[in-house]
Design a binder for this molecule. Structure first.
Ligand code: DGL
Length: 265
């Protein structure tokens, strides 16, 4: 159990932003990552579609005997996590747009949330706003095109800059002083988001908090690795392996080999 891997997945390469934080915090753990790139983006798909993909990936991880699963995808969390937790025998750690920390931080009382269409329309986000956003204004922004730019490795350049500005500028004009990255792909666009938002806006990326939450859960279950060596990183995808390996290599900042997800359908 202590040496069992941790499964982490996303619709594509966005969840690597979370994987990086997990790797930094828990060097000895074996990390198995699935990029469901053949079925990305999830953000505009139906709930049934996303639930089916998430179930298939969770079953794949269970077949690899993982000790915990991280849903490194706000969209899959919003629509699928409650159902997964009903039957999945290992702990599931999931994303949540950081509306509570944003509400605590804002001075202007105006907070922006950048996320996918599915996440923004989800009951989960409505619940978070009802719980923590009563006294503030929460502006939700579905950022069409962001995921595609990250999946293509286009983190900078004119097209990406223009696209980011198009989504961020209206929020800045509306007076936000705090911006929540509500999609795991978006931290990879941080340079452009920061440039568009200016230094006056505080940007919240919940990835590190998710890694700490995973560590707490494993500690509680007495399931943290006690090994002295660096754990392995293994990657699978339902997309084109060579293409995904190139972009994972770019974002992970080292050459990786990516295997075909055997249950890709
Ligand atoms: N990275 C994902 C998220 O956190 C999903 C993006 C997508 O596939 O639309 O929401």
């Amino acid at each position: 159990m202590l040496n069992a891997p941790i499964g982490v997945f996303d619709s594509g390469v966005g969840g690597l932003s979370v994987l990086k934080e997990i790797r930094a915090l828990m060097p000895a753990e074996h990390l198995y990552y699935v990029a469901d790139s053949g079925y990305a983006p999830y953000g505009d798909k139906s709930s049934d579609y996303i639930v089916a993909r998430a179930e298939l990936i969770v079953r794949f991880f269970l077949a690899q005997h993982v000790k915990a699963i991280v849903v490194a995808c706000n969209t899959a969390t919003s629509v699928a996590v409650d159902q997964l937790r009903v039957w999945c025998p290992v702990p599931i750690i999931a994303m949540e747009p950081a509306i509570k920390p944003a509400a605590l931080h804002t001075k202007t009382g105006v907070v922006g949330v950048l996320a996918t269409t599915q996440t923004i329309g989800s009951a989960n986000v409505n619940r978070l706003i009802a719980q923590h956003g009563q006294d503030i204004k929460v502006l939700l922004r579905a950022c069409a095109g962001f995921v595609e730019q990250v999946e293509a490795g286009a983190l900078h350049g004119d097209v990406t800059r223009q696209l980011v500005r198009q989504h961020v500028q209206p929020l800045v004009d509306a007076g936000v002083d705090t911006l929540v990255l509500g999609c795991t792909h978006y931290p990879f666009l941080l340079d452009e988001i920061r440039a568009a938002a200016t230094d006056a806006v505080h940007i919240i990326d919940p990835s590190a908090a998710i890694a700490r939450q995973l560590q707490r859960k494993l500690t509680e279950k007495e399931a943290l690795s006690e090994a002295n060596q660096q754990g392995v990183d293994c990657f699978w995808t339902s997309g084109e392996t060579a293409k995904v390996a190139a972009i994972v290599g770019q974002l992970w900042q080292q050459e990786v080999s990516v295997k075909a997800l055997p249950v890709a359908g």
